[in-house]
Design a protein around this ligand. Sequence first.
Ligand code: BT5
Length: 320
Amino acid sequence: MDRSGEILGCLRNESRYVSGASIATYLGVSRTAIWKHLKQLEQMGYMFEQRKSLGYRLLGTPDKLYPWEIDRYLDTKVLGRNLHYVDSVDSTNTSAIKLAMSGDEEGTCVVAESQGAGKGRLQRRWHSPYGKNLYLSIILRPVIHPSKIYPLTFIPSLAVYDTLAASGLEPRLKWPNDVLIKNRKICGSLIEVSTEMDRVRFVVVGIGLNVNMEEKEIDGEIRDKATSFFMETKKHFERTAVCGMLLNNLERYYEIFRGQGTEVICRLWEERAGINGAFMEIRQFDRVYRGIAEGIDSDGALLLRENDSLVRVIAGDVTV
Ligand code: BT5
């Protein structure tokens, strides 16, 4: 069992020294084990000061998404309680799918510092610079008929909306799953589902949320289209705290989804997005829909008044 969180917990109060012996007694391990562990933590970027006869003092914590750092901000029952941390990975969604296929339980998360092949919808790429943002995938196992799964798409954007609002930003939801600030995308989510005929085997919810990314780190293709917490506020945010808050919000909406039903989620999303009455153009492969939004149907489809008919659209790329 990894005891990093517990050892660091003893040292979090940076104004005082704690002896190796007292940490060892508290955790019921040897002093040598504590010493070895502190050396490992130093290699991971933590900084300690050691004074003879006084003990250790924590001087610095690295800006990394280590599970025990995220755990400090979690008040979830299930989501994020089993957190896999990877430094660099092709895609956190692909890793989470592999874990789900090998039986990992609901709530298991994969979080990475960077992705070599972060996935968007329809084979698009998610720009994932190292150590700046959140790239997070969560395994869910809702007991639900596959036909009822679509409104789950709204859960990540609702949770991200609340996370941004609590941080003093003014987010806007864009159908079906983007979160924007002043027309620039700060978050995208990708839901991948594995089903049988009459049941959902598992869902992987992938979220890319731009936190400390700076203008100069943005790819050419998205230079005028993307933003981050930092770009909006000129302040650095603690990614572990943002991740914890996001998981807390996600669990809250997931509980509503399971307990109160998909209809409630659709209404919450519709209300936050305030799309009713907006003119929208939606590209879906070779078809373009143009019309006035009249809300979200109970299965998550967008209702669009096109000339005289009301059409239902499931997914697509939107211009408002
Ligand atoms: C999405 O696709 O918005 C879903 C993105 C999901 C990414 C997460 S990261 C963790 C998890 N693991 C994965 O492999 N994926 C998920 P879509 O609606 O198709 O939007 C993709 C488009 O967004 C791109 O074509 C770019 O125009 C733009 N884009 C790419 N990277 C971006 C970024 N970091 N910030 C803002 N916009 C970006």
